[in-house]
Design a protein. Structure first.
Length: 168
């Protein structure tokens, strides 16, 4: 039995326009956050570990960084998990309304950022309190999450751009 599926083509042009601009704003915000991460960690596992665990005070060749406190870790986790979940719900809903890619790929692209988000924050805590080597897992899971987000946005923008001028 085939089910009718709601797509961007079925929605008024005003909603498609809103989705287009929301996607652009999300891209700008996410990219800004990645620039900040690069600025603070250089996006390498050692830099990530130093950002959360602090630097060795005996090393005078490094910028001095202090280990994140439990309160800082809780605040960071709370705010980022909630905010990023909303970002991925919005980008996921926009992707779900696209006619492409195929449904099985869509499912992967919808679930992956949520899984990567949980893995990233678990790795962050493990890196901070267990072993600095977990910074590699944090770096990798965050990279996959970013790639997936950018792919979601590209697919949404491609479809919405292709529908401009149609309908409302």
């Amino acid at each position: 039995m085939s089910q009718a599926r709601l797509t961007w083509r079925d929605l008024p042009g005003s909603l498609r326009g809103l989705a287009f601009w929301l996607t652009l704003v999300q891209l700008a915000g996410y990219t800004t956050s990645l620039v900040f991460v690069w600025h603070t960690t250089r996006m390498v596992p050692r830099g990530v570990a130093e950002h959360y665990r602090g630097t060795d005070p005996a090393r005078t060749d490094l910028e001095m960084k202090f280990a994140k406190s439990l309160g800082e870790m809780l605040t960071l986790t709370h705010t980022h998990l909630l905010a990023m979940a909303v970002i991925f719900v919005l980008s996921g809903l926009a992707l779900a309304l696209c006619e492409q890619p195929a449904e099985r790929w869509k499912k992967v692209l919808l679930v992956e950022p949520m899984v990567a988000l949980l893995v990233s924050f678990a790795a962050m805590w493990l890196m901070r309190y267990v072993h600095p080597g977990f910074s590699l897992l944090l770096t990798l899971s965050s990279a996959v999450m970013a790639i997936t987000f950018y792919l979601q946005c590209a697919l949404v923008l491609r479809e919405l751009w292709g529908l401009r001028g149609e309908g409302g």
